[in-house]
Ligand binder design. Sequence first.
Ligand code: GTR
Length: 409
Amino acid sequence: MRTNLTAVALAASAGPLLAGQLNLPDPLTTTNGLSVTSAQMWRQTRRPEILELFRTHVYGRAPLGRPTNLKFDVWESAPGVMDGAATRKQVRISYQGPGGEGRINLVLFVPTKGRPAPCFLLICNRGATNLDPTRVVKTEFWPAERLIARGYAAAAFLNADVDPDFPDGFTNGVHGIFDAPGQKRAPDAWGTLAAWAWGASRVMDYLVTDTDIDAERVALIGHSRGGKTALWAGAEDERFAFVVSNDSGCGGAALARRRAPRAETIAAINQRFPHWFCENYHRYNNREDELPVDQHMLAALIAPRLLCIGSASEDWWADPEGEFLAGREASRVYQLLGVEGLKAEEWPPPESPRHDGRIGYHLRSGKHGLTEYDWERYLDFADRHLRRAAHGARNHPTAGSSEQRDNSD
Ligand code: GTR
């Protein structure tokens, strides 16, 4: 089966053919049918258009950005943890709306040496045990010690702090706090993934104030539903210099139109998780071809910033090859912006990361999960592309011209 899928993808690899085979919408053609031929046209016309399409049809629209009453309470700052290698900070990020107060509890380790440090922020969708601040419990889902040893700050928050992960008619979490009570929800009102993405941006609001963190080198990483969230947050918030999608699958990096055998579909995800996306997305159950976007266009919204897509070989539900193809198709936008995206035409075999361009991809042997192998690859990619960006603003979203000058990837 893999051969067949690869053959389809390869036959299609020339660009127009792939669009023909999978009927993919073109990231570089505007809704009015104009070809996007310059970085300026991408920036001013097509990028905002695609962002709006995803807000309207997929994730929904957040009713606000940074709340005016956002507060940061650094209630702990403990130097000398991890045998002296790090300082642990715990930060309460709070906000108020008509429906009450919300809080995100940030756990942050910053390296003792090498500050301000680049940082990996994990959207933790696997419960509090994976972000134990005391480090009595250590898991490979958040290897904070490894991050510190490799010179990165390790930050993490629980998605459930922002919005609990069950359908409740959008009355709890940030929806309950900010949505107008008693009014019918708009079909493009934000779902839970958009709420989590909003929360990641509120954590970023804090990180930019912390002088131990190099705010121009913050990576946002998520696994599975957290990976879908990381991609959407990275699309909405260009302060994230690097976005990592680990096994994000349907509604994340995987192309919806592939409908690969054994892979999750829009209909399946909407049925099991009716609260994740906006109501409009449900219109595309079994009608993927009518969606005005596909997930390669979400990856393209990260351009020209850094993006890593990680897949697992037995993770059929997430369509690993569809995740690769989305990265490859997004590369045309990177090229238009003067940098290389994913430098691989064919789906690579397991344990053969493709890290040359500004979109990295790896396939790991095994099942769905965020493992030590995955983390080490993301750290390798960051060492290669994020670290050397330290002295110069080339990762900064507004640094379009310096991106174009630096074409050395
Ligand atoms: C699955 C869901 C996937 C993925 C995964 C996870 O049940 O179908 O889309 O998000 O959960 O988050 O672990």
